[in-house]
Design a protein around this ligand. Structure first.
Ligand code: NAD
Ligand code: MG
Length: 334
């Protein structure tokens, strides 16, 4: 491990002053990666040294994984994301809002002035509670709606509950997904294949149908796609095709809903340090060197995509629809 380019959680915490020492006592604020060496006098940051680089420790968790058990703990913007009122008064529903990209979007949306409902799998209550606490700290409404997205009637009730609690809906982020690595197509059972399809393709379909009656012009639908949609790896046969489908529905739905003034866009992350990767999403071999193949030489952190989710929902992006915005460290997109 190259010391200069590596910011361990321990060194990040020990090297910070009184404010950050206080943050260290609060587990949800304790993932500060501030590294003075990456910042120049004018505030620009070196993206290659800003966050941890491989090699990473061997680690695995039962699906769906928890943020608190990852080492290093991912950065979702808990301390770093600063809002500027870009989504003031908006009402957002985010699936998979407990961790990873969904959590980064939830924190950013709240700091931009939106009320936020998050959905997550019931075993992720611990992660979800932290997000709810962070949204509330911004003085915004925070609604926790656990449940299994593979179930159509739950998806419909998720939308109903979110709309009721928030007094309507303007932003839908279909972000939750199932990703499990399998060396061979022969290792994927019908049940496993169905699990991936239900989570990644059916749930957004059910959620969007249920949400449309609430969405007025100016509303925004955002799907999380992946570099896997364009450059699938051999071990993600089922997952990668769902991401191609996600990219595709974004483009067709954007055409369908454009005349109504509802925009539909997607985000295509590259390798990002999230629970999905340590709970069956990647082989241990890949995990240890995660992100090393990118020109940045490291994985992205969820917070590095937060501003994209904000931008796609904000009024200033009024001419952007049917677009996929990538953040992949320099490799993988078309
Ligand atoms: P994550 O594990 O933090 O988030 C995925 C979330 O999906 C979980 O937190 C869970 O709440 C939710 N989920 C999965 N199955 C569910 C179910 N049946 N019911 C309810 N919730 C369920 O990981 P992440 O990487 O932030 O994933 C978010 C999105 O980013 C996914 O769409 C994923 O495909 C995409 N993505 C991730 C990467 C990466 O490298 N991490 C790369 C490209 C795309
Ligand atoms: Mg999670």
């Amino acid at each position: 491990m190259e010391v200069k380019n590596t910011i361990s959680r321990r060194s990040a915490l020990t090297g910070m002053g009184a404010v950050l020492a206080a943050a260290a006592f609060n587990p949800i604020l304790a993932n500060g990666f501030e590294n003075a060496e990456t910042q120049s006098a004018n505030g620009s940051e070196d993206p290659t040294t800003k966050y941890p680089r491989p090699p990473f420790k061997e680690q695995s968790q039962p699906w769906p994984g928890l943020v608190s058990k990852m080492d290093p703990r991912p950065d979702h913007g808990e301390k770093s994301y600063k809002g500027s009122g870009r989504l003031k008064g908006r009402r957002a529903l985010i699936t998979g809002g407990d961790s990873g990209m969904g959590r980064a979007a939830a924190i950013a949306y709240a700091r931009e002035g939106a009320d936020v409902a998050i959905n997550y799998y019931p075993t992720e209550e611990e992660d979800a509670r932290e997000v709810i606490q962070l949204i509330k700290a911004e003085g915004r409404k925070a609604v926790a709606i656990p449940g299994d997205l593979r179930n159509e009637s739950f998806c419909v009730s998720l939308v109903e509950q979110a709309a009721k609690a928030l007094g309507g809906l303007d932003i839908i982020v279909n972000n939750a997904a199932r990703q499990q690595t399998h060396a061979s197509i022969l290792d994927i059972s019908t049940e496993e294949f169905d699990w991936t399809m239900k989570t990644n393709i059916y749930a957004p379909f059910w959620i969007i149908k249920a949400a449309l009656p609430y969405l007025k012009s100016g509303s925004s639908i955002i799907g999380t796609s992946s570099v896997q949609a364009y450059a699938p790896t051999e071990d993600l046969y089922d997952y990668a095709q769902t991401k191609a489908a996600t990219t595709n529905y974004i483009k067709s739905l954007a055409k369908q809903l454009g005349p109504k003034g509802i925009r539909v866009n997607g985000v295509a992350p590259g390798p990002i340090w999230t629970p999905l990767q340590v709970s069956g999403g990647a082989t241990m071999e890949k995990l240890k060197e995660f992100g090393s193949q990118t020109p940045m030489g490291r994985p992205g952190q969820p917070v590095e995509l937060a501003s994209i989710y904000v931008q796609l929902a904000a009024n200033d992006a009024s001419y952007a629809t049917g677009q996929i915005y990538g953040a992949s460290g320099g490799e993988g997109n078309p």
